[in-house]
Structures are given as structure tokens and as C-alpha cells.
Design a protein around this ligand. Structure first.
Ligand code: G3P
Ligand code: CA
Length: 241
């Protein structure tokens, strides 16, 4: 069965990367949750997509210029709808506390391709270990050096390079960056590429698959997972409804 990962939580119904979006993804029956991690000014792993707060909070400025304490006071929900005004930028620890007892998979994307946060890999691994989440988590990043670093720190954690296109024989590349799976943009998935991944036994979790046509096509290929903004629709397509 192809797993369904909710992209930034159930981000079409709730503000992305908030606890509301993650709880909704679990209610929606997603098999996994995808989220983005950066570091606050005082080095706390926090969950937010952009390097700036501007788009998804009521505050302007760089995430890296705010302490975690300051981030907990910022409104990360009203931009989406007034009813989410009590949502804040969650810490990774707070999220793991919530998810650890639940039967659901996790994909942490390290958002370190624009800003290279010192210690992000180490802190993320420590928290995954603390909450016993290593076996059901895959760490992805567009920063492939960071993935090599992760595997040197912990040779048992699964890693997956994110890429949009332009990698020749990506199944070879996955091995070259010490990874076990790949997270390509779904638009790069021609039959030749899908066939190559299959032949080399490399699981893929393409992003961000929102069209029902593409969902059905990828389910038919029997790939490992899709990452989508629409977990309920994806479940219906998977069930043949
Ligand atoms: O992890 C897949 C996808 O989330 C990568 O792109 O920009 O949505 O983080 P982005
Ligand atoms: Ca992401």
C-alpha cells in the first residue's frame, strides 16, 4: 500500500505547520506527516516553512532572529482564519511529545538549503532519539550535504534527498549522498524514472501530489508514499471511491 503523507499537516484546512494542521492530518487518516524544521535564535528546533515569519504569522522578520520564547507569543494562525488565532510556531519537541504515542509516520524536512543552521542535524537526531521516533521517521532536505552529515551521526536513520529535476539516474545519486530513499518533485517522474527506482529497489515519496489523476497513477505504480495537501482526497482515490 502506498502511504499518504500530509504536507505541512492538513494544510488546506488549517494553517500549515501548526499543531492544528498536524492534529487534523491525524483525524483525516493520513499515514504520515511532513513538516519543515529550522532553528530559533537560541538554537531550538522549530516548525515553520519560510526563513521569514512574514507569510505565515502576524510578525515580520527572520525566524533565526527570534528566541523560542518570543516565537511562542507570535500568532501563526490568524493569517489563515481568525479561528486559528491561538496557534503558534511549534517546537519540534512539542510536536514529538504529541506524535510519539500515535500510530503515524513522520517526514522531517530540514530547511537548511538557504540558511545553514549550525547544529540543526544534531539537535533533530537527539530529539528523535529522546522520543523513540527514529524507526518511523525519514529526514529529507534539499541540502544533500546535510543528509550525508546525518548518516555519519546516525547510520540507522533513513534519509532522502529532495530534488525538483535535473538529476541523471537519481537512483545512483541517492546512494552517492548516503541515502535510502528519494523525495522528487512528482513532475520529474517519467515512466523511465519510476521504472529505474523500482528496479533499484529505492522507495520514493514524491511531493506535492494534489491532482487525483497523478495520485491514481502513482498508486498504480505501487510507490512507497505520496506527499499531498489533500490527505482525505488521496485516501478516497486509494480506496477507489
Ligand atoms: O518535502 C516535500 C516538500 O515539502 C518540499 O517542498 O517547499 O513544500 O517544503 P516545500
Ligand atoms: Ca517541506
Amino acid at each position: 500500500m502506498t502511504y499518504i503523507f500530509a504536507h505541512r499537516g492538513s494544510s488546506k484546512d488549517c494553517p500549515e505547520n501548526t499543531m492544528a494542521a498536524f492534529k487534523k492530518a491525524f483525524e483525516d487518516g493520513a499515514d504520515g506527516i511532513e513538516l519543515d524544521v529550522q532553528l530559533s535564535k537560541d538554537g531550538v528546533p522549530v516548525i515553520i516553512h519560510d526563513e521569514k515569519l512574514d507569510r505565515t504569522t502576524n510578525t515580520k522578520g527572520n525566524v533565526a532572529d527570534f528566541t523560542y520564547e518570543e516565537l511562542t507569543k507570535i500568532d501563526a494562525g490568524s493569517w489563515f482564519s481568525k479561528k486559528f488565532g491561538s496557534e503558534h510556531v511549534p517546537s519540534l519537541q512539542m510536536f514529538l511529545e504529541w506524535i510519539a504515542p500515535l500510530p503515524i509516520l513522520l517526514n522531517i524536512e530540514l530547511k537548511n538549503n538557504v540558511i545553514e543552521y549550525s547544529g540543526l542535524e544534531d539537535k533533530t537526531l537527539q530529539l528523535l532519539h529522546q522520543y523513540g521516533m527514529e524507526k518511523r521517521t525519514v529526514i529529507s532536505s534539499f541540502n544533500h550535504y546535510s543528509l550525508v552529515k546525518i548518516r555519519k551521526m546516525n547510520p540507522y536513520i533513513e534519509t532522502a534527498p529532495l530534488y525538483s529535476s535535473g538529476i541523471f539516474e537519481p537512483w545512483e545519486y541517492v546512494r552517492a549522498v548516503c541515502s535510502q530513499s528519494a523525495h522528487p518533485n512528482y513532475k520529474s517522474l517519467h515512466p523511465y524514472i519510476l521504472e529505474g527506482f523500482k528496479r533499484h529497489n529505492i522507495p520514493i515519496r514524491p511531493y506535492t501530489v494534489n491532482s487525483q489523476k497523478w495520485m491514481a497513477y502513482l498508486f498504480e505504480w505501487g510507490i512507497e508514499a505520496i506527499i499531498t495537501d489533500y490527505p482525505i482526497i488521496a485516501r478516497n482515490v486509494r480506496n477507489g471511491d
